[in-house]
Structure formats: C-alpha cells, structure tokens
Ligand binder design. Structure first.
Ligand code: SAM
Length: 245
C-alpha cells in the first residue's frame, strides 16, 4: 500500500525547510495542502513541481476518504499545512486516523513548529508543558477553558492572533492572577521578538505597542505554593464535611 507523509514546512523563514521535506515533496505522487496557492509558492521556491490537491477543514469529510483510497491503491501522499507541522492547530489529524484504519503507513517529516520553538527560548519550564493552541472565541467558553486549566502545573502554550491577544491576556489575568508569561512574536522572521515578564506588564506594553503579527503565548503553570494552598483548602473542606456528617 501507499504512504502518508506529514511534512513540516517553515513558519516564516524559508531556510527552515529541511532537505528531507524537499525530497519527499518531490517524490510524492500527490501533495495535499491546506491552501494550494500558498503551498504552490513554497514549491516554486524549492523547484518542486508537485501535483497539488486541497485538504482543509471544509472539505476534509469528502477529501479524506478519497485520499485514503488513493493511498490504499499504492499512491504516496504528502500532507502539508500553511506553516509548521500538519495536524498541530491545522488539518491532518482526521486524515491520520483514516490512514491508520486503512493500514496505510504514516510517516512524520519533522520541521518547524511555532509552539515548541517559542517554548525552548521562553525561559519558562520545559520539563512539563501543555499545548492548548487556540482558545475558544466565545467569551463564556474561553472562561470555562481557562478555569479548567487553572490547576495545571506545567507551562501552558497558546496560539493567538494579534486581534485577540489583548483580550485573551485580560481574561488570563482575571482568571489566574498575574502569572509569569512570555510572548513570542513573528518567530523565525525579521521582527522576531520575545517579551518576558508578567501578564500585567505584557498588557501595559501592548497598550503602547499595538499587537502585530503572529503570537505564541506561554504562561507559567500554577506555582507549587498555590497548589499547596489549594490542597490545604481542599483538605479543610473535606474535614469540615466529615465533621458535619
Ligand atoms: N501548524 C503550525 C505549527 O506547527 O506551529 C501552527 C498553525 S496555526 C493555524 C497558526 C498559529 O501559530 C498563529 O496564529 C500563531 O499563533 C502561531 N504561529 C505560526 N507561525 C508563527 C510565527 N512565525 N511566530 C509566532 N507564532 C506563530
């Protein structure tokens, strides 16, 4: 049977394309792309003349089974997204599931990824972290999600657009208090920038320098002290209940 390659592509800097990614894209029978026009530009830059088909959020229901049928017949398909790793806050996961079910071999071709690149330079703990990606847009849903994440102890990783980053930070401040954060902007590009400090400081900065470009927001997890406090309160509540019973 055929193969499904999940090919990482640059997140802004074309030098982050790997030799292997170029070769796989050249050899694939078909390249499935989130946005074929965007990917055509990348292919042209690397002198790759691949056959492109679109695979995105809105056609994946129909397109997925068709791609899997082709792979079952022996074709090799390379999946790319607009930037970074497919299936990370991008289409791909559903296709991977279908391919696995059909017995197609799935091969990752590692490449750039915004969240992990931001994390390793953030200065926040890297030993334990939770990748969230985009928070829900609806305010109520977002508040619920932030409440759910409040007790997490590892570093929290989010993707955010320049239009919503301020509102999101305000919600985090309200929900979690003034935690330590890092804002990573325009990674691998000319205006790459890291802002490190507390949520209040980031908000003050963004008040003077309106957000621009793409952001990864990294937030420290709940501190050991806060966790101890929360646990003490929990035990206290339990023992009160025990007395009442
Ligand atoms: N699949 C991608 C990956 O592996 O990183 C993520 C795609 S997601 C649709 C796009 C979001 O990733 C942006 O809104 C931004 O939060 C983040 N992002 C992508 N490129 C970035 C960059 N160069 N600098 C900072 N954040 C970036």
């Amino acid at each position: 049977t055929g193969m499904l390659y999940l090919v990482g592509t640059p997140i802004g800097n074309l030098e982050d394309m790997t030799y292997r990614a170029v070769r796989i894209l050249k050899e694939a029978d078909l390249i499935a792309a989130e946005d074929t026009r965007q990917t055509r530009k990348l292919l042209t830059h690397f002198d790759i003349s691949g056959r492109l088909v679109s695979y995105h959020e809105h056609n994946k229901q129909a397109s997925g089974p068709e791609l899997v049928r082709l792979m079952s017949e022996g074709q090799t398909i390379a999946l790319v997204s607009d930037a970074g790793l497919p299936a990370i806050s991008d289409p791909g996961h559903d296709l991977v599931r279908l391919a696995i079910e059909a017995g197609v071999t799935v091969v990752p071709i590692p490449g750039a990824n915004a969240a992990l690149s931001a994390l390793i330079a953030s200065g926040l703990p890297t030993d334990e972290f939770t990748f969230i990606g985009f928070l829900p847009r609806d305010k109520k849903d977002q508040q619920r999600e932030l409440a759910r994440l409040a007790p997490a102890q590892g570093t929290l990783l989010f993707y955010e657009s320049p239009h919503r980053v301020v509102r999101t930070l305000e919600q985090m401040l309200e929900s979690w208090g003034d935690r330590e954060i890092c804002l990573a902007r325009e990674l691998t590009k000319r205006y790459e920038e890291f802002g490190r400090g507390r949520i209040s400081g980031a908000l003050a900065h963004l008040g003077e320098h309106p957000p621009q470009g793409e952001y990864v927001v990294l937030v420290e997890g709940r501190s050991a002290a806060e966790t101890a406090e929360a646990e003490a309160a929990w035990w206290k509540e339990l023992s009160l209940e025990a007395h009442a019973a």
